[in-house]
Design a protein around this ligand. Structure first.
Ligand SMILES: Cc1cc2nc3c(=O)[nH]c(=O)nc-3n(C[C@H](O)[C@H](O)[C@H](O)COP(=O)(O)O)c2cc1C
Length: 333
């Protein structure tokens, strides 16, 4: 489950700690923006959370795709400068998670002396680092640092293009094992294809109505004007080129939100959506992230009707001797 970060949203770290202490198995993907913290402090927060959750933490480092949103919390760096800071920040956090000896750091963005933490993660040698972004600077930083590279759902061909860019960046950074790939969608499922498409159109109408009413959260998160981040620009351009792609991908939800993050839908029966997800698995995607438009209801339906089908088919493919390791299914609400 992704605990997202936004300038005005609830602080995800204590929310994640609360959920971790109430549930035994749920994996935590904690979004974190380097500009709001100092890496020594953040590394301890993460290690503490990994202990509270008994080793269920992954940290998703966010560089920030909008100057305006970054400035809301005092960050005045340009996007390329932000990626350079994120990279240094992740390096420091990794070192703090694994170093039992005090050390000094003299970098471009951070300087400190004689630091060692008293708290270490349960996961050894360290929790996974997740990373997102679709610009060249993002591929370079994430290709070098990330264990998991997270993408927003795009058509298969476009996703293949991004996976290749991430792998090329990892190779350029001297890595022999590239990051695992995660892709996020917004499934819209119903018992028949017809009902699913009706639901899809209702969903887009609801997004447009909320936007027209000017609901503050929608106005803040669904960008007006042209987004600055490459990931959202890609989503808009894909939506402009077509509404439907591949087996079940539908772009009007992305268009209606102005390419606001994970916004492309997969529409159809559970069988259709499961097959569509398996197409991504076959493409080399290791982790599927899904979030409905009706958060709770869709999470329940997706868990009941789609996850078992995907798991069953992935198990078959793995048993048939696919060279890759087993896939993971993540649900992000
Ligand atoms: C799966 C996923 C989750 C993300 N979660 C957040 C988030 O919670 N908050 C946020 O501000 N950005 C989030 N992002 C945005 C990116 O981390 C990044 O800041 C932005 O896309 C960079 O722009 P770029 O595509 O131009 O490189 C997320 C991205 C992905 C792929």
């Amino acid at each position: 489950m992704l605990f997202a970060y936004g300038s005005g949203s609830p602080d995800p770290a204590p929310a994640a700690a609360y959920i971790a202490s109430r549930l035994d198995r749920l994996q935590i993907l904690l979004a974190h923006r380097p500009n709001v913290s100092y890496p020594t402090f953040a590394a301890k927060t993460f290690a503490t959370l990994d202990r509270i959750s008994d080793g269920r933490l992954t940290v998703h480092f966010i560089t920030g795709g909008s100057d305006h949103e970054q400035r809301r919390e005092g960050d005045t760096l340009t996007k390329d400068e932000r990626y350079s800071r994120t990279r240094e920040y992740i390096d420091i956090v990794k070192r703090i998670w694994t170093s039992h000896e005090p050390f000094d750091h003299e970098g471009e963005h951070y300087r400190f002396h004689d630091f060692v933490s008293d708290v270490f993660p349960v996961q050894q040698p360290k929790p996974d680092v997740s990373f997102g972004g679709s610009s060249a600077a993002a591929y370079a930083a994430g290709g070098a640092e990330a264990d998991i590279y997270a993408l927003w759902g795009e058509p298969l061909e476009k996703t293949a293009e991004q996976i290749e860019a991430v792998k090329a960046a990892a190779r350029a950074a001297g890595r022999t094992t590239p990051p695992r790939i995660q892709v996020a969608f917004r499934p819209i499922i119903a018992p028949t294809e017809e009902l699913a498409w009706e639901k899809a159109h209702r969903t887009v109408d609801a997004i447009k109505a909320r936007k027209e009413k000017g609901e503050p959260a929608v106005v803040r998160h669904h960008r007006r004007g042209d987004p600055e981040n490459t990931g959202s620009q890609r989503l808009i351009s894909i939506a402009q080129s077509g509404e439907r792609y591949d087996r079940a991908l539908w772009t009007p939800t992305a268009a209606a939100t102005g390419g606001a993050g994970n916004s492309n839908a997969l529409v159809g029966t559970p069988e259709t959506v499961a097959q569509a997800l398996l197409d991504y698995y076959d493409l080399g995607v290791d982790i599927i992230s899904a979030r409905g438009y009706d958060l709770l209801g869709d999470a329940i339906d997706f868990g009941r009707h789609v996850i078992p089908l995907v798991r069953e088919e992935v198990a078959k493919r793995d048993a048939e001797g696919a060279a890759r390791g087993p896939g993971t299914l993540v649900e992000a609400v």
